[in-house]
Design a protein around this ligand. Structure first.
Ligand code: PMV
Length: 347
């Protein structure tokens, strides 16, 4: 009986063009693109004991060293549907996953992108080892297959593997783009310096899970127009990302964030995830930008917290504004400092 251990860390990401709506086996209804983050990481180790279990596979899941049956049940369910992609799940392997996040708990930061991409990398490396294919784990094909596996575990997780930007979903004129996995895309160097300050407006649990949210798009009256808009916005943002046009990137990014929330508000049932302080912050940012001319923009995930995005070179000029005008709207003044990062890596 062979025992092997694999360890990866993978970051969270913040979407500039939002993925909202899926079909079939976790395929997106529109293409999306995100900044890869740096500080918000999940570190995962996977111990695999081959041929140990009497069942097709067994899973123990520890979060920060403590057994967590609720996470274990969720992941177990996902893995049961993945034996075509990971044939080792039919061979009686015993899997022990130990996972920790480098960002604070219950700060309203989604951890599924970082945790599921780190897990996908560990699982795929184990599968490659079982197939006698260890040498291939630094290949582009390995990254692609890991991204595809991350997608099956949690859609947007597939974008987290790549440095600076991850793009997912077939897009016109973008060679290599696919609905099945994400790819890295090149951008103007200014974007590798981007800061992401996450303004914590509320730490309440989300009132809509992302699966339920995606499902709301199935009968949404604006669905087709939205998918078309995302394609158009992606073309425009890709051009601006190449040329370094921070204003165009910022304008599209803000529009996408508000459209995501608009779609939630106008679905049946309807959800309002923004809090009064989310809107207060948005108003402050827009006023400040108009007055200062500085490229400070925001994005928002499926929650009330506001992500500030701006080039590092204006950081010191923004400090006073953030401290005096935005921090008072944050719960306990909490702001998590992050920046654009380099993607997943072995640890
Ligand atoms: O990957 P999921 O199923 O958690 O969906 C993510 C959806 C958004 O975060 C709202 C948008 C995105 O593209 O990341």
């Amino acid at each position: 009986m062979k025992t092997l251990e694999y360890k990866w860390q993978s970051p969270s990401n913040i979407a500039l063009i939002k993925y909202w709506g899926k079909h079939d086996r976790q395929l997106p209804c529109n293409p999306s693109i995100s900044f890869t983050l740096d500080q918000a990481q999940t570190q995962t180790s996977l111990v695999v004991e081959f041929g140990k279990s009497g069942k097709p596979f067994e899973l123990n899941f520890l979060f920060e060293g403590i057994e967590n049956t609720s996470f274990a049940n969720k992941i177990n369910k996902k893995l049961e549907s993945l034996s075509d992609v990971l044939p080792m799940l039919k061979t009686g392997v015993s899997l022990t996953v130990n996972s920790l996040n480098t960002f604070p708990h219950s700060a309203g930061i989604a951890s599924s992108a970082s945790s599921m991409s780190a897990l996908a990398l560990c699982l795929l490396e184990a599968q490659y080892a079982l197939d006698g294919n260890e040498a291939a784990t630094s290949s582009n094909l390995f990254r692609q297959e890991a991204s595809s596996l991350a997608r099956l575990l949690s859609g947007s997780a597939c974008r987290s593997l790549f440095p600076v930007l991850g793009q997912w979903g077939k897009a016109e004129d973008l060679a290599g783009s696919s609905d099945e996995w994400a790819i890295g895309v090149e951008a103007h160097p200014v974007f590798s310096t981007y800061r992401n300050d996450i303004l914590i407006v509320s730490r309440k649990e989300k009132t809509v899970s992302s699966t339920a949210g995606h499902n709301l798009m199935t009968n949404h009256p604006f669905a087709n127009a939205r998918y078309q808009q995302a394609c158009t916005n992606l073309q425009a943002i890709l051009r601006a990302l190449k040329t370094g046009d921070v204003e165009v990137v910022g304008d599209i990014m803000e529009l996408e964030a508000l459209v995501l929330h608009g779609l939630m508000m106008s679905s049946t049932p309807s959800f309002i995830l923004l809090e009064p302080n989310s809107l207060n912050i948005i108003n402050e940012i827009r006023q400040y930008r108009a007055q200062s001319g500085l490229p400070l923009y925001f994005s928002i995930d499926a929650g009330p917290n506001i992500h500030l995005l701006y080039p590092a070179e204006i950081e010191s000029r923004l400090a006073d504004f953030i401290e005096t005008r935005l921090k008072p709207f944050c719960i306990n003044g909490q702001i998590i400092k992050d920046k654009v990062g380099m993607g997943a890596s072995r640890i």
